[in-house]
Design a protein around this ligand. Structure first.
Ligand SMILES: Nc1ncnc2c1ncn2[C@@H]1O[C@H](COP(=O)(O)OP(=O)(O)OP(=O)(O)O)[C@@H](O)[C@H]1O
Ligand SMILES: O[C@H]1[C@H](O)[C@@H](O)[C@H](O)[C@@H](O)[C@H]1O
Length: 379
């Protein structure tokens, strides 16, 4: 279970194994490319880990066209291209349900196979594919070589339109991953994705974490559930919020926090992530203070440590205070949001602005019956 691995990690110090492809994200709004950025859950999560000094190992595949410097070298596949997603920010209407963006996978790199994984064991595994690159056998191998595996449901339930790559979701129980659920530790889903599983069923097997944007997240386990408070944020780009959340959650657990406190750290990183376009840059002073608070919190919790694994899910004493302190730290650190506005040049290394969108001279106006508004699509 989740907390057993937490305790093991304190003795063994082995890294977290992150499995999922890096990708190129193209953010599109009002028919114009607003930014091109390094993407993929693996990049957002390792970004959080680096800043929280958590050691990790990333297994990711890209093509020779991969154009970003990353801390964890990917496997380069000469015969394949890097996975590319186009995120359309103004097409998010599907019937009456609003989605924050429509995603299209326009290029897909090779899948990650069991033989691509290391032979060495890890305390934690994170199955965080974005473009269908994680196969059931890959997840099974992760379960064998990691003490506990954290899975993002987006790695399991995404399917891709054969014509234009539009990401659609299928029911979890219809996938080849379903039989593996009793062997994983945590399944994370956004509220949009959570409707593609039977939470009541899945929580009997593993802890389910459902994120819900500005409302924070909710934990479900066999015997209970708990809402975790959000942090205020000026949302600029939701891309990667779920990934940064997941990074924060696992970073908290690796550091020895109880599950609700770790989820609070997840909410903090999710809220920091939405304030910037692409891969977020975290303020060094804020990170230092957050790290200090995590260490203090860990020491406080050791004082009244509970032995029963199930109890580790319950809100520990002082949880609200931990939220207040983190929220205050976030407030006092000025965020350089101006650098990351959609319409101003970006100074981040990983995010580049495209001044002249590379679109055909005459974009074709298509009335798509799936959406309330006609959309412009570029071919
Ligand atoms: N507007 C916001 N204000 C504050 N916190 C936010 C906001 N949006 C997201 N978060 C934080 O980030 C977490 C993940 O966000 P969300 O539920 O939108 O995930 P997601 O849909 O998987 O994101 P994405 O697919 O864009 O990576 C939330 O649980 C919350 O903690
Ligand atoms: O970079 C993003 C990010 O990793 C998102 O979480 C994922 O949903 C997208 O597919 C990807 O392009």
């Amino acid at each position: 279970m989740v907390t057993t691995a937490v305790h093991k990690s304190q003795h063994q110090q082995s890294p977290v194994l992150i499995v999922g492809n890096y990708c190129h994200d193209v953010l599109i709004q009002n028919n114009a490319v607003k930014a091109v950025s390094l993407g993929g859950a693996a990049s957002f999560i390792s970004n959080v880990f680096n800043r929280m000094s958590i050691s990790c190992n990333v297994v990711s595949k890209v093509g020779e066209d991969f154009k970003y410097p990353v801390s964890y070298t990917p496997i380069v596949i000469p015969t394949s291209k890097t996975t590319v997603f186009h995120a359309y920010f103004d097409l998010g209407f599907h019937g009456k349900r609003h989605q924050d963006r429509i995603l299209k996978r326009v290029c897909a790199c090779d899948p990650i196979r069991p033989s691509d994984l290391p032979d060495t064991r890890s305390n934690y595994g994170m199955a965080v594919g974005v473009g269908g690159e994680i196969l059931p056998e890959t997840l099974e191998r992760m379960i064998e070589i990691c003490d506990v595996v954290f899975v993002d449901i987006q790695a399991l339930i995404r399917v891709f339109d054969s014509v234009d790559g539009t990401v659609k979701l299928v029911k979890l129980e219809e996938t080849g991953f379903y039989p593996l659920l009793p062997r994983i530790g945590v399944l994370k889903a956004s509220s949009e994705e959570a409707v593609f599983m039977d939470v009541e069923e899945v929580r009997r097997w593993c802890c389910v974490v459902v994120t819900n944007g500005k409302h924070g997240c909710k934990l479900y386990w066999k015997d209970g559930e708990l809402g975790i408070s959000p942090f205020l944020a000026n949302q600029e780009d939701p891309t990667g919020a779920g990934d940064s959340f997941f990074g924060g959650l696992v970073a908290g657990l690796v550091q020895g926090l109880a599950v609700p406190d770790a989820a609070l750290l997840g909410n903090l990183f999710g809220s920091l992530s939405v304030e910037q376009i692409g891969l977020p840059k975290f303020d060094t002073r804020l990170l230092q203070r957050v790290n200090d608070e995590v260490q203090k919190r860990k020491m406080q919790c050791l004082l009244y440590e509970r032995s029963d694994d199930e109890l580790k899910f319950l809100r520990p004493e002082g949880h609200e205070q931990f939220h207040t302190v983190l929220a205050a730290e976030k407030l006092v650190t000025p965020c350089s949001i101006e650098e990351h506005q959609w319409n101003s040049p970006s100074s981040t290394k990983e995010t580049e602005q495209i001044a002249v969108p590379h679109f055909p001279k005459q974009p074709k106006l298509l009335a798509n019956p799936m959406y309330e508004e006609p959309i412009q699509r570029f071919e």
